[in-house]
Design a protein around this ligand. Structure first.
Ligand code: ADP
Ligand code: MG
Length: 623
């Protein structure tokens, strides 16, 4: 059996295996690797350092990634997927307020299921799309370092929840990457500046990240090499794009031209010109001068830095308000911040730094690294630590194998991922899958496979006496607490009634290092196929749950529906039912989509709360 180079006790890897750091951004993504001397560097050459986080899908289902995909934005907006990161780990109801922001079709599956995107009759979820971007970065990294890359650290925003982090891990698996750790972007940015590497150091750090479409501010506390997030704030729909739009609007206003009268293509082209103007004046050009043709009319497009600063004052002020709110939440005054780290391409706008320097003092500002590269650079530093290349840094104890529970369809729902630092505490909500379900079996597993049948069962217990409610309504909180000695306490509690059950487990008991090794290897070897199998299983579960709810709905409201509506519903249900035995995910999702689309208006008409009003994905069956 091949030896795997991981130290079971520490999770540390043997030297020699490159581990890359990846910044999977909303607008742009980058990959970096630490040199032999530990200094991180972005992989790529002059004009392909940055990979735009864009996926273009053609009629045959072939994908273009990065720059080539971004070039399709104006021409094929309905099949060019940008801002995938905004969709990761989210449901349609999370996104519906921003539906007009997306130019492609996001499936309204009428419940709390994670979103799917449709392009040319094929269905894609954000995990697959992010996986494509990660695969592109992996390939690029392999090209630039002439070695196979199989291990990575990936960054996510500090506010990402558990399911968004899990989705990011799954995307890595699909790309053929073993994700050693998910790291917060502000933590990575701090590491890039060497903050947190000295165990003697205790500091409060404010990370100000203004990217293309999002703004985040995070306050971190580092002590003995451990980062703690004290507070986060921001606006997920505020970024450099808004500054571009402000410039474009200014030009149109001067000419007395209405934005609404521009074609899609003109809007896109004018925004790009505005971005060019912004970058020019922010890079020292005194006065940007150009023009733009709309039909017969010629728009004068000029800009100075002073103008930009004044035009965008309201946007800038918004970010400063968030900074103040974050300070407030952290219980700190501006003087309590020791370091300020600037992240994101938009912090290249000089007045941003000026404002922050005004609040915190110039000498606290860290801005000598490229702001669009710091997150990836820091991820590479973390990767280097995990690769065991930095002897000076003590690694904390970690969980050698993932821990989770069984959900509907025999799937492993990982609650504490492999390589998590201990002690750790994670809670997650689940719900029932049938009406009046009184019992719920909590089966605890250990391992890296997506189907529990292939993992190691640690224990199981039953939560009894759940009050009778329609499927999907009860909220069952499952908590995993692993203490410093590696003892795992699993609790399950029905939120409304308070009924509770718990159990103590020793996950490491009776497990040899060789067995752990074998489980890890099996996990790596099957990762991609496993995630695909899981997605198929999820589509099947979702489909059969929809048939169940629709059937119940028809029974309950039979007299309110016309014969045509009933027979059509039955037929669509039957068609969906037939696809469930196929192994074609697109067929299943297509049939689910059609049944959903057809029945939604009835539900709206009858204002029936029960149709599709279920908690997202995480259902557990009856015993
Ligand atoms: P994200 O974190 O959202 O993936 P980035 O950190 O790469 O995004 O930032 C992209 C944004 O940075 C874009 O809005 C771009 O216009 C802006 N940007 C890049 N360079 C400059 C510059 N020199 N001056 C002003 N803005 C810039
Ligand atoms: Mg970013």
């Amino acid at each position: 059996m091949p030896k795997i180079s991981i130290n079971i006790k520490s999770g540390e890897l043997e030297k020699g295996q490159p581990v890359v750091g990846i910044d999977l951004g909303t607008t742009n993504s980058l990959v970096a690797l630490a040199d032999k001397d530990g200094s991180p560097r972005i992989l790529g050459s002059n004009n392909d350092v940055i990979v735009p986080s864009v996926v273009y899908l053609n009629e045959e289902g072939k994908a273009l990634i990065g720059k080539e995909a971004r070039n399709m934005l104006a021409e094929k907006p309905e099949s060019t997927i940008f801002s995938v990161k905004r969709l990761l780990g989210r449901s349609y109801s999370d996104l519906k307020d921003h539906a007009d922001y997306f130019s492609y079709r996001i499936i309204d599956n009428d419940n709390e299921q994670l979103v799917q995107i449709e392009a040319h009759g094929r269905y894609y979820n954000p995990v697959e799309l992010s996986g494509m971007i990660l695969a592109e970065l992996k390939e690029k990294a392999e090209k630039y370092c002439g070695q196979k890359i199989e291990k990575a650290v990936i960054t996510v925003p500090a506010y990402f929840n558990d399911s968004q982090r899990q989705a990011t891990r799954d995307a890595g698996k699909l790309a053929g990457l073993d994700v050693l750790r998910i790291v917060n972007e502000p933590t990575a940015a701090s590491l890039a500046y060497g903050l947190g590497l000295n165990p003697e150091e205790a500091k409060n750090i404010l990370v100000y990240d203004l990217g293309g479409g999002t703004f985040d501010v995070s306050i971190l506390k580092i002590e003995a090499g451990v980062f703690e997030v004290l507070s986060t704030h921001g606006d997920t729909y505020l970024g450099g794009d808004d500054y571009d739009r402000t410039i474009a609007m200014h030009w149109l206003n001067i000419a007395g031209y209405d934005y609404k009268n521009l074609s899609m293509r003109e809007k896109q082209a004018l925004r790009l010109l505005a971005e060019e103007a912004k970058m020019a004046v922010c890079s020292g050009e005194m006065n940007f001068n150009s023009s733009f043709e709309i039909g017969e009319q010629k728009l004068t497009c000029s800009l100075t830095l002073q103008q930009l600063e004044a035009l965008a004052e309201a946007l800038t002020q918004k970010t400063i308000n968030s900074v103040n709110l974050a300070l407030n939440d952290a219980g700190l005054e501006s003087s309590g911040i020791d370091e300020v780290v600037l992240v994101g391409g938009s912090t290249r706008m000089p007045f941003i730094k000026k404002r922050l320097a005004g609040i915190f003092g110039t000498d606290k500002i860290n801005d000598n690294l490229n702001p669009d590269e710091v997150v990836a650079l820091g991820a590479a530093v973390e990767a280097d630590i995990l690769a065991g290349n930095r002897r000076d840094i003590l690694l904390l104890d970690v969980t050698p194998l993932s821990l989770g529970i069984e959900t509907l369809g025999g799937l492993m729902d990982v609650i504490i991922p492999r390589n998590s630092k201990v002690p750790a505490r994670v809670g997650r909500q689940y719900t029932t899958s049938v009406d009046g379900q009184a019992n719920m079996k909590i089966s605890v597993y250990q391992g890296e496979r997506e189907l529990v049948a292939e993992n190691r069962k640690l224990a199981e217990f039953t939560l009894k006496g759940i009050p009778a409610m329609p499927a999907g309504l009860p909220k069952i909180e499952v908590g995993f607490l692993i203490n410093a000695d590696g003892i795992l306490k699993v609790t399950a509690q029905e939120v409304r009634s308070g009924i509770k059950q718990e159990i103590d487990i020793q996950p490491g008991y009776g497990l040899t290092d060789e067995q752990v090794e074998k489980m890890l290897l099996d996990g790596f070897a099957n990762a991609g196929a496993d995630v695909a199998a899981r997605m198929l299983q999820e589509a099947k579960t979702e489909g059969s749950q929809l048939i169940y709810t629709v059937q119940r709905f028809i029974e309950k409201n039979a007299e309110m529906l016309s014969e045509m509506e009933k027979s059509q519903t039955l037929q669509l249900s039957e068609e969906l039912h037939k696809t469930l035995n196929s192994d074609n995910k697109d067929d299943i999702l297509g049939a689910t989509d059609r049944l959903n689309e057809f029945t939604r208006p009835f539900a709206e008409r009858l204002m029936d709360e029960a149709v599709g009003k279920a908690l997202r994905g995480n259902k557990i069956g009856e015993i």
